[in-house]
Design a protein around this ligand. Structure first.
Ligand SMILES: C=C(O[C@@H]1C=C(C(=O)O)C=C[C@H]1O)C(=O)O
Length: 177
């Protein structure tokens, strides 16, 4: 039985330090615009399945990463599905200073945040998740074929509201083709 929240700890590296990525992996990992939009353009249907949402206390390091002056945040864990196939596990940390993004349900964050002209994004970092990582419990639960996974994370800002979005590409995702 899987236990949420899942850990997304990894050796997160900035783009310049990551090597051995295929063209396709780079295309998806460094997609600067909405991943939701990119997934939608590659599928007949797209959906979000909420796995878990719960309030948690940001550690000092997490607070610093977010540049947040509060330690309370909502941790949102979802699956992004294309044609009913799970493509991405996403985990977002949404500080409680604002709750606009706290009640999204099955609406993708990307459909809202990319409408904001003030949206900015930190440099994307890449993480690798090997067969021992806790995230593989989700791969098993979804009956997907285990393989080393690639993920990305970045901190978005809308004015002075900063939130983290982490996306891990599941087996079968386009970038592994
Ligand atoms: C940030 C985006 O929103 C997507 C939707 C998410 C959600 O609804 O929780 C989480 C991660 C993203 O892949 C995006 O589309 O780029």
């Amino acid at each position: 039985m899987i236990t949420f929240p899942l850990s997304i700890s990894a050796n997160w590296q900035c783009a310049s330090l990551v090597n051995n990525l295929s063209e396709l992996e780079q295309e998806w990992l460094f997609e600067p615009h909405s991943l939701t939009a990119k997934l939608k353009s590659n599928a007949q249907s797209f959906s979000v399945k909420v796995l878990n949402e719960q309030t948690f206390t940001l550690s000092d390091a997490q607070q610093q990463l977010l540049g947040s002056n509060t330690n309370k945040a909502l941790k949102r864990e979802v699956l992004l599905l294309c044609d009913n196939a799970p493509m991405v596990y996403a985990q977002s940390w949404l500080p409680s200073t604002q709750t606009t993004l706290h009640n999204m349900g099955a609406r993708p964050l990307g459909d809202v945040i990319f409408q904001h002209p003030e949206l900015t994004r930190s440099n994307i970092e890449v993480g690798r998740f090997d067969s021992e990582h806790a995230l593989q419990s989700l791969v098993k639960e979804l009956n997907l074929t285990m393989r080393p996974l690639l993920g990305r994370r970045s901190v978005f800002s809308i004015n002075d509201y900063h939130f983290l979005v982490c996306e891990v590409f599941l087996p079968g995702a386009y970038l592994y083709s």
